[in-house]
Every structure is written in C-alpha cells, then in structure tokens.
Design a protein around this ligand. Structure first.
Ligand SMILES: Nc1ncnc2c1ncn2[C@@H]1O[C@H](COP(=O)(O)OP(=O)(O)O)[C@@H](O)[C@H]1O
Ligand SMILES: [Mg+2]
Length: 280
C-alpha cells in the first residue's frame, strides 16, 4: 500500500535542479524486522524537509542509513546525481552530510571553539592555531546570527539547550556541510529557544544547505518546513511541498498511513486546486 505522492519526474520550477540527495528503493531490515521498505525520497538543496511518523515508523533508521551508521539492505543513495555508498559516518562527512542526534554529541567539558573544531583542529607550525580557530568560530556564529552566546571560550556545559543546538549547527556549517540532518532539534527546548533554533534552521536553508529535520511537533514542522515526508511502518506514504498538507491530513497520514479523503489531500496530485482539502 503506497499513497506515494512523490512526483516521479518533477514538473514545473521544482524540477529545475536535481535534488542533492535521492533515496531510491531504500530498504533496511534487522532480521525479521523490516524497518524501511522501498523508500523513494528527494531532498533538495536550499530547502527544509521535515520527516514525520509515529514511534517505530523508521525515522531514525532512515537518517542513520543516510549518515553511514547502517548499510541499506537494498536500494540506492544518490548524491548530486551519482549513486554513492555511505559505509561509515566518515564517508558521510566527506560527502558533506552532518547529522545531529538528540544528544548532539558535543563535549560538555570543552569550550565552544574546541567543540566546533573537534577532530579538525587548525594547525600553524604544528601548534594549534587558537587565534585562527577563535576568529573562524566567532565569524561562523555571527554569520548565523547566533548572538546569545557570551563568550566562545565558555564551556559547552554552561550553555542552554538552544545554544548547544546552535553550536552543533555552527560546527556543521564550518565543516561545509551540504546536508544537515537534525533528530528532534527542539524536543528539549522552551518556547523562545525553540523559536531561535527554528530561525537558525531557516537560515541554513537560505544559505543553500539542505536541511532534514525529524520532529514530533507539527507546529514546528509547519513553521519551518518547505517539504514534508511521512513514514508509516517503514513505508514512505506521502511526500511533497508543505503547502499540500494541513495538520489534520498530516496526523491522519502519521497514524493510519493513508487518507480517508485522498481527493482532498496531497494525493490529489499536481496542481490540486484545493491542496489543503478545505473545499467542501
Ligand atoms: N538496531 C536495531 N535492531 C533491530 N531493530 C531495530 C534496530 N533499530 C531500529 N529497529 C526497529 O526498526 C523500526 C524503526 O525504528 P526507528 O527508526 O528507531 O523508529 P522511529 O521512527 O521512532 O525513529 C522499529 O520497529 C525498531 O524496533
Ligand atoms: Mg527515532
């Protein structure tokens, strides 16, 4: 059963650029558990794509497969139009894929600059070039309009959740990431920090970076995403521009994997005159 709304050959302005990342028939099983089944999905540069789905739908397995933690059982990952094999997180890093898991993988006992350069420190005459790293870190944070951090020599331990998220994002930007994947970036944040992180996500899109976020919070999804993809029991049941969806149809797709009134929802296809299904 697939209500896939993924447009085969994209038409119109969306079809102008090939997607940065395409998943083609991506499947992943763990023994008898089929976590992903034949997922086809395009992730374009310069846009924020949101991945939603119930617990166990396969969201984490999907991003871990893109990030080189799992190898797909079958199917293909196409990057910049070319099939690639992402065997390790290092392979993903080389391609320009940065993944932020819920725990963020920052080191609490190090300061902001040290975290931003961890594993990629700049050397000058074989000594760490601290001045250069400080300047680069400051510049990247300023470029992203991250203004709430008092000192870049602050230990990450002392930062708020939103600030930690900002440091992780700045680290990805400084490493020239082309795709930034974030698993529940606002789950642990309060209202104003959530707003800051959502703004930051939008800025990444404006810089031409492809962003893929997993979120349970549909308010956040509708506030920040350009595109939506819905996983249900390992199947990608729907994907398309966010304007094709409203909260009701999204909740229905998440919980049942299908729409009771497909003629009103995104499955109505290209050029639907009533994409949100509000007409009688
Ligand atoms: N390492 C693993 N071994 C076996 N099964 C797994 C493993 N990781 C995930 N799964 C299973 O794959 C399915 C999808 O899980 P997951 O991607 O974590 O869901 P979610 O959408 O909540 O992130 C679930 O049924 C889960 O139990
Ligand atoms: Mg998960």
């Amino acid at each position: 059963m697939s209500l896939a709304v993924e447009r085969g050959v994209p038409a119109g302005p969306e079809g102008a650029d090939p997607p940065l990342l395409s998943l083609r028939g991506l499947s992943k099983s763990f023994g008898a558990v089929q976590a992903l089944s034949g997922v086809d999905l395009d992730i374009p540069a310069g846009q924020v794509s949101a991945l939603v789905g119930d617990n166990g739908a396969g969201k984490s397995v999907m991003i871990k497969t893109i990030a080189g933690i799992w190898s797909p059982t079958s199917g293909e990952i196409v990057w910049d139009g070319k099939p690639v094999t992402v065997r390790t997180p290092r392979d993903a890093d080389v391609l320009g894929i940065a993944t932020m898991y819920q725990d963020l993988a920052l080191c609490d006992n190090l300061d902001i600059v040290q975290n931003m350069f961890l594993g990629h420190e700049e050397l000058s005459h074989r000594l760490l070039d601290e001045t250069r790293m400080e300047l680069d870190a400051k510049q990247t944070l300023a470029d992203l309009s991250v203004t709430t951090v008092q000192s870049i020599r602050q230990k990450v331990r002392s930062l708020s959740g939103g600030q930690r998220q900002s440091v992780a994002v700045a680290r990805a930007v400084m490493r020239d990431a082309r795709l930034v994947i974030m698993d529940e970036p606002t789950a642990a944040l309060g209202v104003s920090q959530t707003a800051q992180v959502l703004q930051l996500i939008r800025r990444l899109g404006k810089r031409g970076i492809a962003v893929l976020i997993i979120s349970h919070n549909l308010n956040d999804v509708f506030a920040v995403a350009d595109r939506l993809a819905v996983l249900h029991l390992g199947h990608l049941v729907s994907s398309g521009p966010i304007s094709d969806y409203d909260t009701q149809s999204t909740v229905e797709l998440i919980t049942t994997g299908t729409l009771s009134h497909p003629e009103r929802g995104p499955a109505a296809g290209n050029g639907s005159e009533d994409p949100k299904g509000v007409l009688p």
